[in-house]
Design a protein around this ligand. Structure first.
Ligand code: UD1
Ligand code: CA
Length: 455
């Protein structure tokens, strides 16, 4: 068995998060659309550990309720008497052999490479970092020979100790059986009257256990979230990293600082994304797709060569090749556009299938409709799909032409090749071919006078 197969992971997530000023537990606040704790869980899963135990407390059952997966165990810590006490709560969930890695639920961006370095280490290993401003962190105390002897918390440190710039990130790995015995000896005789996990370091040193340290590749890997400013800071770091990765894979970004991905974005060759776009859920963009500025795409698949003009919102839709969408289009869930379809400004399409080469270029609502190929939907066309209680479908067959300002009162079918005269209210099926229209007769009143304002 390799080391990592015997690796237990404990994620501490019971703390208050007072400085968020929120009724949502801190670890459930989202970074890139995923709860902070979700980032930690996702990274940890890549290590394929034997077990993952989340210690929760503040916020109660909301924390376990937010996560699923048979691989997760949850240990309640109530009250929250410190990081050492928190790990004690997890002990019943840990196997006896192998190592235990301890992580924080509010430190979301630790990379898997860094954790792997930690997991590979023998004995006790701490993730430490040099910080120009170490204020607030526990300091790593070393002896003359450079060996780690203990960690001292800021509040308990002497003036000299506060000068130390190597800080405890809180993340560590230790042999599980040793951890058990050290934790059983913890005392809370310190400034905060808490059971400090960090005190196990001194116990280990006294026993002669070698204490190693590894460092994160990038400092933001160990940055925690205590308030909303730090959350926003980490969000920007995350997004910029992701933007850089996309550009390295060949994606063109107008400005890497103005991209937000809250989920997974995958792109073909020569994709270009203009500024201020938001991608949520699962978004796939084919070769040569262009996304105009200020567009929001959620759970969308767009095939090669399609162009989305600015200020377009697309959710839960599949877009075929070489389509043109927007500006100012809204495409809602359940919609598929076949190749070469055009959806123009102020057009809303919901739960509809639009056939090859069909166009709705201006100011229309198309809902619950099956539209064939090469259909032209004129400006201001409305499918009246809702009778106040139920939704009904509109069927528009191939090559039909719907004149401007038509209302199609569903359920209704417009036959193949039919033309609907502008301004019609179509309440019964329109046959194939020919012209169908329903319009009041135009009249002229010669003597008509415009009303005037009363004196
Ligand atoms: C802790 C470390 C400190 C380190 C710093 C890094 C201790 C005693 N100190 O200090 O050396 O530099 O983290 O950020 O460990 N938590 C619980 N239950 C508790 C208390 C905390 O689950 O009873 C969780 C919190 O939710 C959080 C993490 O443990 O995820 C750290 O707690 P926090 O109170 O922020 O620790 P610090 O005082 O910052
Ligand atoms: Ca903290």
């Amino acid at each position: 068995m390799s080391n990592s197969e015997k690796l237990n992971v404990v994620i501490l997530a019971a703390g208050k998060g007072t400085r968020m000023y929120s009724s949502v537990p801190k670890v459930l606040h989202r970074l890139a659309g995923i709860p902070l704790l979700g980032h930690v869980i996702n990274t940890v899963r890549l290590l394929k550990p034997a077990s993952i135990c989340v210690v929760y407390g503040h916020g109660g059952e909301a924390v376990p309720a937010a996560f699923s997966g048979g691989d997760l165990r949850f240990a309640l810590q109530e009250p929250q008497n410190g990081t050492g006490h928190a790990v004690q709560m997890a002990l019943p969930h840990l196997g006896d052999d192998g190592n235990t890695m301890i992580l924080y639920g509010d430190v979301p961006l630790t990379g898997v490479a860094t954790l792997q370095k930690l997991a590979r280490a023998d004995g006790m290993t701490l993730l430490t970092a040099q910080m120009d401003n170490p204020h607030g962190y526990g300091r790593i105390v070393r002896d003359a020979g450079g060996a780690i002897t203990r960690i001292v918390e800021e509040k308990d440190a002497t003036k000299e100790e506060r000068e130390i710039t190597e800080v405890n990130t809180g993340i560590l790995v230790a042999p599980t059986n040793k951890l058990r015995s050290w934790l059983s000896e913890l005392k809370n005789d310190n400034a905060q009257k808490e059971y400090y996990l960090t005190d196990v370091v001194e116990m280990a040193a006294r026993e002669g256990t070698r204490i190693a340290s590894v460092h994160p590749q990038r400092i933001w890997e160990v940055m925690g979230v205590n308030n909303r400013a730090q959350l926003a800071e980490l969000e920007r770091i995350f997004q910029l990293e992701l933007a850089r990765e996309l550009m390295m894979q060949g994606v063109g970004l107008a400005d890497p600082a103005r991209l937000d991905v809250r989920g997974r974005l995958s792109c073909g060759r020569d994709v270009f994304i203009d500024v201020n776009c938001v991608f949520e859920g699962e978004v796939n963009l084919g070769d040569n797709v262009r996304i105009g500025s200020n567009s929001v795409l959620k759970n969308v698949e767009i095939r090669e060569g399609s162009e989305v003009a600015p200020f377009t919102h697309i959710e839960g839709a599949e877009v075929g090749a070489n389509c043109k969408i927007g500006p100012y289009a809204r495409i809602r869930p359940g919609t598929t556009l076949a190749a070469n379809a055009h959806v123009g400004n102020f057009v809303e399409i919901k739960n509809s299938q639009i056939g090859t080469g069909s166009k709705a270029n201006h100011l229309s609502y198309v809902g619950d409709a099956s539209v064939g190929s090469n259909v032209n939907i004129g400006a201001g066309t409305i499918t009246c799909n809702y009778d106040g209680a139920n939704k009904h479908r509109t069927v528009i067959e191939d090559d039909a032409f719907i004149g401007s300002d038509t209302q199609l009162i569903a359920p209704v079918t417009v036959g193949r090749g039919a033309t609907i005269g502008a301004g019609s209210t179509i309440a019964r099926n329109a046959p194939e071919g020919g012209l169908t229209l329903s319009r009041s007769k135009q009249i002229h009143i010669e003597s008509w006078k415009r009303p005037k304002k009363k004196e």
